[in-house]
Design a protein around this ligand. Sequence first.
Ligand code: GRF
Length: 214
Amino acid sequence: MLKVGVLISGRGSNMQALIAACDAVTFPASIACVISNKPDAKGLEHAKAAHIPTAVISHKDYADKQSFEAAIDAMFETHGVQLICLAGFMRILSPWFTEQWRDRLVNIHPSLLPAFPGLHTHRKVLDYGGKLTGCTVHFVRAEMDHGPIILQAAVPVLNGDDEETLAARVLRAEHQAYPAALRMIAENRVNVIEEKTFIADAAASGDAFYNPKS
Ligand code: GRF
């Protein structure tokens, strides 16, 4: 059973999807601890209701990024965390942290990386006129929204979409993609070789691509 720590800053709907997946008896991971850097993050309430240990570690309480990240690191170590999932965590992590947790730290981004990294993703897709977008689960490297891709899910951009409708369609895909990626990792099927992932079990390697109905 892989012990997972989740870092959030807000709503935490991806965290909820991970919690729901881990609730299934056959799922090979469990959520050991949820940390938010924001005391008022909505996701904290849901984690508490699910009886998951939570902590608020606010960057505002630390003199510098290094001590803030050391506190997060220590809290996850205390809970025996083996893998960290970023789920709407809005701080950029330092190279120290990303190296400390190299290949044990994953993120979900609401586009098909390397297209449209950064904020305001859906607006950028609409402005560009993209016809296909989606989400990417990837191992985290120091460079933002960058690192070996574990799984991608694609959804269409439809006529008449605005940021809200597109974000909602992508989010539904995220809620399927993140637990699916976590399952592959927890089953030890994801290997990183020369900054690319290879999914063990060739017959099932289609698991790394999702095309959810929207
Ligand atoms: C998601 O769209 C995720 O891809 C991005 O931030 C958003 C977080 O939403 N990194 P939530 O807090 O999981 O609901």
